[in-house]
Design a protein around this ligand. Structure first.
Ligand SMILES: [Mg+2]
Length: 257
C-alpha cells in the first residue's frame, strides 16, 4: 500500500508550459497488453468481447468486468511479462516524440488502467531503461494473492488505484492541473484510444484520439472536440507547430478529425 502523501501536481515541479498526458495500451503501444493476456492466457477473445459489451452498455462496471477477465489468467507474472515483451510493439513515432518532449521540457505522464510493473517492463524494453526511470506512470498495480507470490501459478491479481467504478479514474489525476489558476496552468494535452480515456479527455485542452478506435465515437457522441491521430509522429508535428506558435490548440481542436 502506498501511504506517502504525494503532491497532486508532481509534473509542475519544473514549471512547464505544457504537459502531455497519455494512455498506454493501444496508444503508446500498437497492441493492448491486457487484451493480449486475457485472450491468450485468460478467458479468451469471445468472452472478453462479451464482457466489454456489458461495460459499453452499462450492464456492469469496468472495474468488476476487468477484474473478472484478469482473474482468469493464472500464468505467473514474470511469464506474462515475458510473453508481452515478445508480442507488444511500440507506436512507431513514440520514441522520437518522447525524446523531443524531454528536450523541450514538456513532461509526459502515462495514465493507464493497466498495471505498473507490466507497463514499466514494456517501456524499459521498448524505449530504454534510463528513459523510463523519469517517466511518471499513474496506473493500477498488481498484488500477490493471499499466501502466494507474484511468480506463483495464480499468484497475482490487479490492485486498483482508487475506489471509482473504473478502478482508476484518469480524470482525477488531471483535475489538479486543470483547475489551477490561469497564470499557473500549463496547456494540457491528452492522447488515447478507448472508453477509459473519455473522462480524462474532458479535462484537457487538446485531445488526440486514435483514428478508428472507440474514443473517436465517444467524442463525437459527447461533442468533445478532438483531433485524430494515426501515430505519435503526427502528434509530434502538431506539438512542434503549437510550441513554435505557428498554430494554436484552439485552431487544431476546431480543425477536428
Ligand atoms: Mg488504450
Amino acid at each position: 500500500m502506498m501511504t506517502a502523501i504525494q503532491s497532486p501536481t508532481p509534473a509542475l515541479k519544473t514549471n512547464p508550459k505544457f504537459i502531455f498526458f497519455t494512455d498506454f495500451d493501444g496508444t503508446v503501444t500498437q497492441q493492448d497488453s491486457n487484451d493480449f493476456m486475457i485472450e491468450n492466457f485468460g478467458t479468451g477473445p469471445a468472452r472478453r468481447k462479451e464482457m466489454f459489451q456489458d461495460v459499453l452498455f452499462v450492464r456492469r462496471t469496468f472495474r468488476d468486468a476487468f477484474k473478472e477477465m484478469l482473474d482468469g489468467i493464472t500464468l505467473p507474472l514474470n511469464e506474462c511479462i515475458e510473453a508481452l515483451l515478445q508480442n507488444i510493439a511500440l507506436d512507431e513515432g513514440f520514441k522520437e516524440f518522447y525524446t523531443w518532449a524531454r528536450t523541450n521540457h514538456i513532461p509526459v505522464v502515462v495514465l493507464s488502467g493497466g498495471m505498473e510493473p507490466i507497463i514499466r517492463a514494456l517501456l524499459a524494453h521498448l524505449i530504454g531503461e534510463d528513459e523510463v526511470k523519469t517517466l511518471p506512470i499513474m496506473s493500477n498495480d498488481v498484488a500477490p494473492r493471499p499466501g502466494k507470490s507474484l511468480e506463483d501459478e495464480g499468484g497475482w491479481e490487479i490492485a486498483y488505484r482508487d475506489d471509482s467504478s473504473f478502478g482508476h479514474d484518469k480524470a482525477l489525476a488531471i483535475r489538479p492541473y486543470a483547475t489551477l489558476p490561469d497564470d499557473k496552468r500549463p496547456i494540457l494535452f491528452y492522447a488515447g484510444d478507448g472508453v477509459s480515456d473519455l473522462s480524462a479527455a474532458k479535462e484537457t485542452d487538446l485531445l488526440f484520439a486514435k483514428s478508428g478506435h472507440d474514443l473517436v465515437t465517444y467524442c463525437k457522441n459527447e461533442k468533445v472536440p478532438f483531433k485524430t491521430f494515426e501515430n505519435f509522429s503526427e502528434i509530434l508535428g502538431i506539438l512542434k507547430d503549437i510550441v513554435a506558435g505557428k498554430t494554436s490548440v484552439k485552431d487544431v481542436a476546431a480543425g477536428g478529425a
